[in-house]
Design a protein around this ligand. Structure first.
Ligand SMILES: Cc1cc2nc3c(=O)[nH]c(=O)nc-3n(C[C@H](O)[C@H](O)[C@H](O)COP(=O)(O)OP(=O)(O)OC[C@H]3O[C@@H](n4cnc5c(N)ncnc54)[C@H](O)[C@@H]3O)c2cc1C
Length: 414
């Protein structure tokens, strides 16, 4: 059987693997993407019914890779963020205009991103999309990696300098390579849904810490809101599978009436929440990326934003090495990647986990202290700006693509 040579092989054509393939191909590299579920398929796990909150860093990365402009018509800007706690009096209000930015973030339907990525992966002649197919075997060589992909028509053999495993939280490639992840069960599951509230959201995103877990109401198209509600698993399951009326009553009780009565919901789904973290994300010429490398609680909407900054850093190193005739799978490059990403990874995990754990204990005195904390934060613009910078993905050494618009003349247009 002939071996097909590529510079980079990516296992997983989801949000992270698919976007990175577009970025690498744009820089002139020949990339193969192995993906078991076609982008337009309803069972595609990455392009499902969720909506993702994209930070400014993701906007810049996607723009540099030619993926922001096609998404423009489907983006909902976040103009305000309101953080509060059920039963508490303090709150924080972040206002894009006051902070001098066009938007604090943008909401995009995963399915819409899937359509864009699906088209690009098939149309770009530097990308070979092998789908439906899955990685079956990986063989490490001294100067290349050999990958066997199982397809409906039999096996295909590929080679590359680097294999990027972006094949999800249960990454089969990670298992094949013998890499491990630390797991920390958050003891919560997220119920997602969309609701058309009776009052238009006007670009407001709400993060409300309830007695049972954090609840986000995020602005999406046509005045609807995307709900991400984290709860103890048995309660989340009951809300997801039970009567719509029970879900709406519970949601209304937890969220209140800021957006008026909630009368209808669509597309309820359940996600068990587990933190995963690979202490060593590479072995030989295999590197873990996206959910395969780390997963986070969705409370701060950081998982994909962090992964896209990882991907942009990797792309920067790989493209520079390739242009200079270097080896994009060399251990020195992978070590440099891990070094450059460690601060952002550490801070983003700490930020997310502090929110989850800090608001968990349901004690009246602690609630009082948290309310006082939120009120103090509201009165302190300097600390608020630090919070905003962290949420926007502007911490630690960042890849150039995550720091500025690809074409500065387009800055200001969403
Ligand atoms: C409820 C919830 C809400 C979230 N909201 C946000 C948010 O607002 N903002 C944010 O930044 N992040 C958010 N996240 C995190 C975000 O969803 C993830 O960071 C993102 O899905 C990571 O994408 P990925 O491509 O790495 O992995 P996945 O989305 O898991 O995709 C993995 C891909 O690999 C493929 N695959 C599986 N097996 C194989 C195989 N054997 N060979 C090859 N390919 C394979 C799959 O088919 C899929 O296409 C949220 C997460 C959850 C659970």
């Amino acid at each position: 059987m002939e071996t097909e040579p590529y510079e980079i092989v990516i296992a997983g054509g989801g949000l992270v693997g698919g976007a990175l393939a577009c970025g690498l191909a744009r820089a002139g590299l020949r990339v193969a993407v192995i993906e078991p579920v076609p982008a337009q398929h309803t069972a595609q796990p990455s392009f499902d019914e969720r909506h993702t909150a994209l930070a400014p860093s993701s906007r810049y990365v996607l723009d540099a890779w030619g993926l922001w402009q096609p998404a423009r018509g489907a983006l909902t800007p976040i103009r305000h963020i309101h953080v509060s706690e059920q039963g508490g009096w303090g709150f924080v209000h972040l206002d894009a205009e006051q902070e001098g930015v066009e938007a604090l973030g943008w909401l995009l339907a995963n399915r819409h991103m899937g359509t864009i990525l699906g088209q690009r992966l098939t149309a770009d002649e530097r990308i070979t999309l092998i789908s439906p197919a899955r990685v079956e075997a990986v063989e490490q060589g001294s100067d290349c990696i050999r990958v066997t992909a199982a397809t409906a028509d039999g096996e295909r053999r590929l080679s590359g300098r680097l294999l990027i495993a972006a094949d999800g939280a249960d990454s089969p490639t990670r298992r094949l390579t013998g890499l491990t992840v630390h797991r920390n069960d958050y003891g919560q599951s997220a119920v997602i849904a969309t609701v058309p509230p009776t009052r238009h959201h006007r670009g407001w995103a709400f993060e409300r810490f309830t007695r049972t877990g954090p609840l986000a109401m995020l602005p999406i198209a046509e005045g609807r809101c995307a709900v991400v509600w984290s709860l103890p698993p048995h309660q989340a399951e009951a809300y997801c599978d039970g009567e719509e009326s029970a879900f709406l009553t519970g949601l209304q009780r937890a969220f209140g009436y800021r957006l008026g009565p909630l009368r209808e919901s669509r597309q309820r789904a359940l996600y068990p929440l587990v933190e995963r973290y690979a202490p060593t994300p590479y072995a030989g010429r295999v590197l873990l990326l996206g959910n395969a490398a780390h997963t986070l609680h969705p409370v701060a909407g950081q998982g994909l934003n962090l992964a896209l900054r990882d991907a942009a850093t990797l792309a920067e190193l790989v493209v520079t090495s390739h242009a200079g005739g270097g080896d994009p799978g060399a251990e020195t490059l992978l070590k440099a990647y891990v070094r450059r990403r460690s601060e952002d990874l550490w801070r983003t995990r700490a930020f997310t986990n502090t929110l989850v754990r800090g608001f968990a204990p349901d004690h009246p005195l602690l609630r009082l202290a948290r309310s006082a904390g939120l009120a103090a934060l509201q009165r302190c613009p300097t600390v608020r700006r630090v919070l905003l910078r962290t949420g926007a993905g502007r911490v630690g050494p960042l890849p150039a693509a995550a720091c500025r618009p690809a074409d500065a003349s387009r800055e200001g247009s969403a």
